[in-house]
Design a protein around this ligand. Structure first.
Ligand code: WTA
Length: 695
C-alpha cells in the first residue's frame, strides 16, 4: 500500500491504489471543535427573520417532510418531479440503489423508465408558460460599465443555435464536449446546449493550466472544445486561447486530437486581433451560430443519461471525472435551490462561483434556471475595482439571495466595514456560504454587517460528488449557530462513524458518511467504476464516505471540521496534495516533495510544501520560484504553494511511509504536540525541519 508515501523519484510517482487505509485518515481535531462550540454557544442570533415567508416555516414542518423523504423517497421525489416535463413518465417504484460493497456493485438509479431533458426544463418550460420575457441572466463584466441582460427567450434561442451547430459537427448523444470559458453568458449557454442534445459537458475552470485542460480533454475524448479568446480578471489579462492551443497540442501528442475548437471572441480582452486562430480547426463562436436556426429539437434522454463530467481532486492519483446524470440531478438541483435559498420564480439571485466548479453547475447554470430566477453572472473578481464591488452589484440589481465562499467573506471583512456600509443592501434576504468551513468571526460579520442582522445565513455543506446541498440550514426554519451547517436536507441521512466504522449516536465526533442514496449521488467515476467504489464506498462498508470529519452537538446540529484525507481546501478550491507533489517533482532539481495544508487567515488553508532537492543542489530563491512556477504550469496558479520548506530529509517510518501528521504539526508550528514519533526511522529529521522553518 503506497498511498501515504510522498511522491518520490524512483518510487511510484502517483500511487495507483486509490483506497485509503484508515490509518491514513487524519484524526478529527477535537480540541478545535470544542473551542469552536464553546465560543459560539455564547453567541445568539435571532430565532427568526421577519422579511420573507419561508417555504418551510418551522422545525416541525421540516421534520415531517424529512421523515417522508427518508421513508418514502419514491413518493417524496416523485411528487416534486411532477413539476417538470417528462417526455415519458417514470415507473412508480423508480428508485433503486446499493451502497454496500459487500452486497455487490455500487449503483444508484432514480426515475427509472422516465425520459426528460434538463435544458427543456430550465428554459423551454418557462418560455412555454409565458415567461419568455423574464430576465434570465444579468451579466456584469469585469469593469463597472460592462453589463448585458438576456431574457429566458433570448437564452433559449442562443442555446438552440449552439446546439444546432454542435449537432452539425457530428456531436451526438453521449459525446463529450470540453468547455474552457470565462464567466460570460455563453458559458452556461454552452452547458445547456450540450444538455439539449444529450452531449456530456466537461467544464474546466479557466484557472487551470494547459496541461490540466489537456488531461481532461483526453480522458473524456472531447469532440469539441468551446473556449474564448481571453478574459480580464481585475487588472490581469488571461489569454485563454493561447492556453487552450497548447492544451490541444499536448492532448494530440498523447493520442487525442480534438477535431473542432469554437472560440468566443471576448473583445474586452483583446478580441480577434490578439488571438491565434487555426484555419480548418477553429471557428469563431459568433460565426458558428450565425447561420443556425433559433429552434432546436430536444434530445429526450433516459433519467440516468449522463449530464456532465466534472473533474475533482482526491487523496491520490489523477483528478477523477465525477459523473452526474440527468433526472435525479435535475430534481435535486431544483429542490435544494428552492428550499435553501427560499427562491421564487423571478427572484434576483447571485452566486459568485465560477461555472468551472460544482457550485457554478448546480447553483448557477441549473438550479436557479429550473426555479425560474433571474441571476447575476459575474465575470470579475470581488475586489475589483475596489472591495465594495459585491455590494455595489447587489444594489445595482437588487439581489435577494447572495451566495459566496468564506474566503471571499474573510477578504472583504479585512477591507473594512465602510465598503459595505456605503451601499444599501436592503434587497438582501438570504446569505449563503459554501466551499469550506466558515469560522464564527466571518459568520458574524456576514450576518451582522453584510446582512445588517436581517438575513439568515445558509452554511451549505456539500461536495462535487453530492451534486447539491447535503447539510444546510433552511432559512427561518430553526435557530442558527454560527459555524454549523445544522441539519440534513431532505433525503439525506448523514452519520458519523468511528475508525472501526461504527456509528456514533447522539453527541460526538466522527468521519462523515451518508447512509442512503440521494437523487444527485455521483453515479460513477468516468471510465473507472472500481475507483468510485474504492474511494467512496470501501473505507466504511455500507456508507458513502465524504472525506470530511464532523461533530454532532447536544442539539443534533452538525459541525463540519474539514477534510480528514489528503485533500486541502484553498480559498474554496479543492486540491489534492498528491497532485501538487507530483507537479513539484516534475522539476529536475526536486528529488522528493510532501505537501500538507496549514491554517491560512484568508484562504482557509494554504499549501505547505516540503521539498528535498537532488544531491548536491543548494536551495536558492530562484529554485523556489521555479518550483512554484512548475506547479502553476502543471495544475494552475491557484495551486501554487504558499510555503516551500527546504527539507534535507522527510520524517519516515522504517517502512518508508511519510508521517504526514508530523509534517502538518511542523507546518502549524505545533511541534510540541507531535505525539508518538518513536516509529520514525530517523527522529533527528524533526529537529532539522523545525530548525529550517522559514516563516
Ligand atoms: C468542503 C464544493 C464546511 C468540504 C461544494 C467538502 C465545506 C469540500 C462546506 C468539497 C461547508 C464545502 N462547510 N466545509 N459549508 N462546503 N466544504 O467538491 O471539505 O469543491 O468535502 O464542493 O469542501 O469541495 P467541492
Amino acid at each position: 500500500h503506497t498511498t501515504t508515501s510522498a511522491v518520490n523519484k524512483g518510487r511510484p510517482v502517483v500511487p495507483t491504489q486509490e483506497g485509503r487505509s484508515l490509518d491514513a485518515l487524519h484524526s478529527i481535531p477535537v480540541h478545535k471543535l470544542r473551542a469552536q462550540a464553546a465560543a459560539t454557544e455564547a453567541l445568539t442570533v435571532p430565532e427568526s427573520y421577519p422579511h420573507f415567508t419561508p417555504f418551510v416555516e418551522n422545525k416541525k414542518q421540516y421534520d415531517e417532510m424529512y421523515k417522508r423523504s427518508i421513508e418514502d423517497p419514491n413518493g417524496f421525489w416523485g411528487d416534486i418531479a411532477k413539476e417538470f416535463h417528462w417526455e415519458k413518465q417514470w415507473d412508480e417504484e423508480h428508485i433503486s440503489y446499493n451502497f454496500d460493497v459487500r452486497k455487490g456493485p455500487i449503483h444508484v438509479e432514480y426515475f427509472k423508465g422516465g425520459l426528460t431533458n434538463i435544458c427543456y426544463n430550465a428554459l423551454d418550460r418557462h418560455v412555454a408558460a409565458g415567461h419568455g420575457d423574464r430576465v434570465c441572466f444579468l451579466w456584469e463584466g469585469n469593469d463597472l460599465d460592462q453589463d448585458r441582460k438576456m431574457t429566458y427567450g433570448e437564452v433559449l434561442e442562443e442555446v438552440c443555435q449552439l446546439a444546432n451547430y454542435l449537432r452539425s459537427q457530428g456531436v451526438q448523444k453521449g459525446d463529450a464536449v470540453s468547455i474552457y470559458m470565462p464567466m460570460v453568458c455563453e458559458l452556461p449557454i454552452a452547458m445547456l446546449a450540450c444538455a439539449r442534445i444529450g452531449a456530456v459537458h466537461s467544464v474546466v475552470f479557466g484557472g487551470f493550466s494547459a496541461e490540466a485542460l489537456a488531461g481532461r480533454m483526453e480522458d473524456c475524448k472531447a469532440k469539441v472544445l468551446i473556449t474564448a479568446s481571453g478574459v480580464m480578471r481585475g487588472n490581469k489579462k488571461i489569454d485563454l486561447k493561447a492556453i487552450a492551443d497548447s492544451a490541444h497540442t499536448m492532448a494530440a501528442k498523447s493520442g487525442h486530437t480534438v477535431p473542432r475548437v469554437v472560440v468566443y471572441e471576448n473583445e474586452r480582452a483583446g478580441g480577434r486581433a490578439a488571438c491565434s486562430f487555426t484555419e480548418g480547426r477553429d471557428v469563431w463562436y459568433a460565426e458558428a451560430i450565425a447561420e443556425q436556426a433559433k429552434t432546436c429539437e430536444v434530445e429526450w434522454v433516459e433519467a440516468e443519461h449522463p449530464l456532465f463530467l466534472l473533474y475533482t481532486s482526491g487523496s491520490t492519483g489523477k483528478p477523477k471525472g465525477v459523473v452526474h446524470c440527468t433526472g435525479g440531478y435535475m430534481v435535486y438541483a431544483h429542490t435544494t435551490t428552492k428550499y435553501v435559498f427560499n427562491m421564487q420564480p423571478g427572484d434576483t439571485y447571485w452566486c459568485t462561483a465560477d461555472c468551472g466548479w460544482i457550485t457554478g453547475h448546480t447553483y448557477l447554470t441549473y438550479g436557479p434556471l429550473l426555479v425560474g430566477a433571474s441571476q447575476v453572472v459575474f465575470e470579475g473578481v470581488p475586489t475589483y475595482p475596489g472591495p465594495d464591488r459585491c455590494w455595489r452589484v447587489v444594489d445595482k440589481y437588487a439581489v435577494k439571495q447572495f451566495y459566496t465562499a468564506p474566503t471571499a467573506i474573510r477578504s472583504l471583512m479585512r477591507a473594512g466595514d465602510l465598503y459595505v456600509k456605503e451601499h444599501l443592501r436592503d434587497s438582501l434576504r438570504i446569505l449563503g456560504s459554501v466551499g469550506e468551513p466558515i469560522n464564527p468571526e466571518a459568520w458574524r460579520w456576514y450576518h451582522d454587517i453584510v446582512g445588517d442582522g436581517r438575513c439568515p445565513i445558509v452554511d451549505t455543506w456539500w461536495q462535487t460528488e453530492t451534486g447539491g446541498h447535503m447539510i444546510t440550514p433552511l432559512p427561518n426554519a430553526w435557530a442558527q449557530k454560527p459555524g454549523s451547517a445544522t441539519y440534513p436536507f431532505f433525503g439525506v441521512v448523514p452519520v458519523l462513524v468511528d475508525e472501526k466504522g461504527n456509528e456514533v449516536k447522539g453527541e460526538g465526533e466522527g468521519y462523515l458518511c451518508i447512509k442512503q442514496a440521494w437523487p444527485a449521488t455521483l453515479r460513477t467515476v468516468y471510465g473507472d467504476h472500481e475507483r468510485y467504489e474504492t474511494n467512496y464506498f470501501k473505507p466504511f462498508p455500507g456508507y458513502y464516505f465524504s472525506g470530511d470529519g464532523a461533530r454532532r452537538d447536544k442539539d443534533g446540529y452538525i459541525w463540519i471540521t474539514g477534510r480528514v484525507d489528503d485533500v486541502i481546501n484553498v480559498s474554496g478550491h479543492r486540491i489534492g496534495t498528491a497532485e501538487v507533489e507530483s507537479a513539484l517533482v516534475a522539476h529536475a532539481k526536486c528529488a522528493e516533495a510532501a505537501v500538507v495544508g496549514y491554517e491560512h487567515p484568508i484562504k482557509g488553508q494554504g499549501i505547505y510544501a516540503y521539498v528535498t532537492l537532488m544531491e548536491g543542489v543548494e536551495p536558492t530563491e530562484d529554485i523556489r520560484r521555479e518550483l512554484i512556477n512548475t506547479v502553476r504550469g502543471i495544475i494552475g496558479a491557484f495551486a501554487a504553494p504558499d510555503v516551500i520548506h527546504w527539507a534535507p530529509g522527510l520524517p519516515k517510518t522504517r517502512s518508508g511511509k511519510i508521517m504526514r501528521r508530523v509534517l502538518r504539526k511542523i507546518a502549524a508550528k505545533q511541534e510540541d504536540e507531535l505525539g508518538d514519533v518513536s516509529t520514525l526511522a530517523d527522529p533527528h529529521v524533526v529537529e532539522q525541519l523545525v530548525a529550517l522553518r522559514g516563516h
